[in-house]
Design a protein around this ligand. Structure first.
Ligand code: ATP
Ligand code: MG
Length: 230
């Protein structure tokens, strides 16, 4: 699935001050790309991901998903796109503390109304892939930061989305786990042509991405395609 921002600006009102989080950003990401989004803290990375994931509306400009303007979609269509096609891994994870690891990963499948048996199989397979099979019945509050991050990753991937938007996907992981998660994501990209857009400071992600977009003060500073030998 392709996502495009067309002359998108996003401002936040903080009391009397207007924060310009994105300024006239145009960016198109095609199906199957692996894009790293880099930039210093406060440059607008999370804001850009939220708009690309149709989680928020721009102040001006248009967001298009597969060519369709997001502003023209009704709530039901938007909810369906978010649920079925976009995997979002938030910087703060947004896990549900009263649910178990299993329950958190199962949630999007419950929303899709998949039968219980099928849900269980998918969740168990996914937890195995992120190395959390033995933590399935713990609550997320009993987990380390890196384990929580892997729950968030499992929850985003379990629905087999066509695009994965991830805010610092490896920030809380030790280097070995980070490499494993990155391998998993890269396989999804290479074998299933899942589009990846990662906001990241991680050099190993930047090195593996097919394209690196850099942002500063809400503006795109650079957009480079890499020759990737895999
Ligand atoms: N909800 C909000 N209300 C007000 N200002 C906001 C809000 N969200 C972000 N901002 C501001 O918008 C700018 C861009 O923020 P954003 O979170 O997109 O940056 P970032 O590149 O993701 O930073 P980091 O690397 O620290 O996560 C910052 O100046 C930030 O303070
Ligand atoms: Mg951020």
């Amino acid at each position: 699935m392709s996502i495009a921002l067309e002359s998108v600006s996003k401002t936040y009102q903080l009391g009397q001050t207007t924060v310009h989080a994105l300024r006239d950003v145009s960016l198109e990401i095609a199906q199957g790309e692996f894009v790293a989004l880099t930039g210093p803290s406060g440059s607008g990375k999370s804001t850009l991901l939220q708009l690309m994931g149709a989680l928020d509306q721009p102040s001006s400009g248009e967001v298009r998903v597969d060519g369709q303007p997001v502003s023209k979609l009704d709530d039901r269509e938007l909810a369906q796109i978010r649920r079925d096609r976009i995997g979002f891994i938030f910087q703060s994870f947004n896990l549900i503390p009263v649910l178990s690891v299993f329950g958190n990963v199962e949630l999007p499948l419950v929303l899709k109304k998949l039968p219980r048996q099928e849900r269980q199989e998918m969740v168990h397979a996914m937890l195995k892939r992120v190395g959390l099979a033995d933590r399935a019945h713990h609550t997320t509050e009993e987990l380390s930061g890196g384990q929580r991050q892997r729950v968030a990753i499992a929850r985003a991937l379990v629905t087999e989305p066509s695009i994965v938007l991830s805010d610092e996907p490896t920030a809380n992981l030790d280097s070995k786990t980070g490499e494993e998660i990155l391998d998993l994501m890269r396989r999804l990209n290479q074998e299933q042509h899942v589009t990846l857009l990662f906001a990241t400071h991680d050099h190993s992600i930047v090195a593996q991405a097919g394209r690196v977009v850099s942002i500063l003060d809400g503006k795109i500073q650079g957009d480079k395609s890499m020759v990737n030998t895999g």
